[in-house]
Design a protein around this ligand. Structure first.
Ligand SMILES: [Zn+2]
Length: 198
């Protein structure tokens, strides 16, 4: 079974999906998908930021420090974009964390043309931080280029707090996944299980 089989990918951009690698954040039992550095490397490959062979090589490195940095970036991304999604000012310390990680990523990148001829930040080599560098770049691209008015927080009352880009024509999307949010049902199942256990 693939490690991310149960993880819904609905953010629309990598940085929001990264924030969503904790499922049901505001519920009693949030689900963490990134337990180890190897998980992070695998997720990066799953999202197409690095190829599978690179993920396998990186996953064998001692990436504890990189995982810590990535998770701190993830919390900053979550706080910043949740605030934006709610129409609130972005928190200053978290914004600075995103800026710092972006600066680190860009310092390690090469500027080179892609398939369409436009230039972008490219990463090479087996530095463990390569697993999160493209996420920092994506977060800043979203902050500077938008569309910030399409960033939304899942409307499920049970505490999903999933972040996504609403690309629907009339901007009417309210839930993380198209057919409604699964967190309500999950929380109910957990409550039933607790009652049964008692
Ligand atoms: Zn949701």
């Amino acid at each position: 079974m693939h490690a991310f089989e149960n993880l819904d990918v609905f953010g629309g951009v990598v940085s929001l999906d990264f924030a969503n690698t904790v499922d049901g954040r505001a519920t009693e039992q949030p689900v963490e998908y990134l337990h180890t550095y190897a998980d992070l490397a695998a997720w990066s490959a799953y999202m197409g930021m690095i190829d599978d062979a690179t993920a396998e090589r990186l996953g064998r490195l001692d990436g504890g420090a990189s995982l810590d940095q990535a998770l701190s970036l993830r919390e900053a991304i979550f706080q910043v974009f949740r605030a934006i999604g709610r129409g609130e000012p972005a928190p200053v310390a978290e914004l600075d964390e995103v800026r710092l990680r972006y600066a680190e990523a860009v310092a390690a990148a090469r500027l080179s043309p892609g398939d369409d001829g436009t230039f972008g930040w490219r990463f090479e080599g087996d530095d463990p931080d390569r697993a999160w560098w493209p996420i920092a770049v994506d977060a800043v691209r979203l902050l500077t280029g938008g569309p910030l008015d399409r960033i939304k927080v899942c409307a499920a009352p049970a505490g999903c707090v999933g972040l996504f880009l609403d690309t629907s024509k009339n901007r009417s999307r309210r839930w993380c996944t198209m057919d409604g949010c699964g967190v309500d049902a999950k929380v109910k199942r957990q409550a039933t299980r607790r009652r049964t256990a008692r």
